[in-house]
Design a binder for this molecule. Structure first.
Ligand SMILES: Cc1ncc(COP(=O)(O)O)c(C=O)c1O
Length: 434
């Protein structure tokens, strides 16, 4: 006999009736979670507009406006309604606007079916909600060997998952064959894939051909009977600087790829719109043959997780974003900021071309997008270079999996030349010291 709450039972039934393969992709916690629509939130919603409303734990002035300290209110230029709780699903208008923007930014999504985005407390939280929904202790997450280190806390430590790491690069491009091999390893069954483009730490996004090849590899495994959850960490979406590199999220290819493939798009304004401290992100679901009932069931489960761990995402941040997205200058300003980052990426290319001697000091890893690029020092360890740069060159860098990660997003264009010069000199110094 099942021990699920009846509300979870109802969501599970929506999934089992319409898409049993998607139900099978859920973790044990994912199967038992539900949105508590009959509790405080549901009862509050029912009482909306009542003459006397003694439901939710917020406070109102005698005239019915939100009770707020005037000194706080004076600091923000959004309605004081944003001092109240947002829904656990997120501000409805923002969800709709982000969903609309998804199809503007990804023309391949137009006419395709996907859920309404559920708002999370930025990407880290979206990843963690995805872990809750899909990852059981002992499960394997398939990801490239160059990855954002926080995945370890989110998936290894919090969910108890193991990583199956495949080689990231081959011959200056993405090692799609290594990905495909990792995906097919161990035969069929449930698979969890995590893809991140533009990538942290490498700043690499797949080419259009590589994107198609990745999707084909996923389709092949699905046709062989695997049920595949593909988590797309699109944190740096839109920051692509070179030709031939895919400008769209892989979500466009995945939402109608195969019934056995669930695309879970995790994205948000953190890096895209330069609001790191706002803590707003989104989680959107899509799979071939998805019906409204199943997509709503997934949204409800995601919102139930939000309700259970942070209750809801800052309303103030969501209100500011919504205002920003509908501002007449939004697109032009975003383009201008993109120009700054793409200009830095171009500057790096120029510096590297101008200084062929750098090739004696470090190998440049493939990069074409995002906030970062990586180099592999020759003949010395990355950690020794990091320390030397800090001690003698007043320069800070990050070491990750044997590589040096350079966040050009943070370095003014006129310091980029010095950054590489310091790097070269630090490596040469260390080599001389032996
Ligand atoms: C690949 C990747 N995913 C997710 C995040 C986290 O983003 P957020 O600040 O929105 O939680 C980062 C931030 O560094 C990142 O590099």
């Amino acid at each position: 006999m099942s021990t699920y709450n009846p509300l979870a039972e109802a969501l599970n039934k929506d999934l089992q009736d319409g898409a049993p393969q998607i139900f099978d992709m859920l973790s044990a916690r994912g199967k038992s979670i539900y949105f508590p629509s009959k509790g405080i939130l549901g009862q509050t919603a029912e009482a909306k507009g009542a003459k006397i409303n003694a439901t939710i734990g917020t406070a109102f002035e005698e005239d019915g406006s939100p009770l707020a300290l005037e000194c706080m209110e004076a600091m923000v230029n959004v309605p004081s309604e944003s001092f109240l709780y947002a829904s656990s699903y997120g501000v409805q208008k923002l969800r709709e606007e982000w969903g609309r923007l998804l199809a503007v930014k990804n023309p391949g999504l137009r006419g395709k079916t996907y859920s309404l985005p559920v708002v999370t407390a930025a990407l880290t939280h979206a990843l963690s909600v995805a872990g809750y929904l899909f990852v059981d202790s002992g499960d394997t997450v398939i990801l490239p060997d160059l990855y954002w280190d926080n995945y370890e806390l989110i998936f290894n430590e919090a969910c108890g998952a193991k990583f199956s790491l495949y080689n990231t690069f081959i011959n200056g491009g993405y090692d799609v064959a290594a990905f495909s091999q990792a995906l097919h390893a161990g035969g069929g069954g449930k698979k969890i894939v995590l893809l991140n483009f533009p990538n942290n730490p490498t700043g690499y996004t797949v080419t259009e051909d590589e994107a198609k090849a990745l999707a084909e590899a996923i389709r092949g495994a699905a046709e062989d009977g695997s049920k595949i959850v593909v988590l797309l960490d699109d944190a740096y979406f839109g920051l692509v600087y070179e030709e031939g590199i895919t400008r769209e999220s892989l979500f466009s290819l995945l939402v109608d790829l195969h019934p056995n493939v669930l695309g879970v798009k995790l994205d948000g304004p953190t890096k895209e719109d330069y609001v790191w401290g706002f803590r707003v992100g989104f989680m959107t679901f899509g799979f071939h043959g998805a019906g409204d009932g199943q997509l709503k069931a997934l949204e409800n489960k995601a919102a139930g997780i939000v309700r259970g761990n942070i209750s809801n995402v800052p309303n103030l941040s969501q209100s500011i974003l919504l205002k920003g997205y509908t501002d007449a200058d939004y697109a032009a300003q975003k383009k201008q900021k993109y120009g700054i980052l793409s200009g830095r990426a171009r500057k790096i290319r120029t510096v590297l071309e101008k200084r062929p001697e750098y090739a004696r000091s470090f190998e440049v890893m493939p990069f074409n997008s995002g906030y970062f690029m990586c180099v592999k020092p020759i003949g010395v360890t990355a950690e020794a270079v990091r320390k030397e740069l800090l001690a003698n060159f007043d320069t800070g860098v990050i070491v990750l999996t044997g590589l040096i990660r350079l966040a050009f997003s943070s370095v003014p264009t006129d310091r980029i030349e010095d950054l590489f010069d310091n790097l070269h000199k630090a490596i040469q110094n260390l080599r001389l010291k032996g």
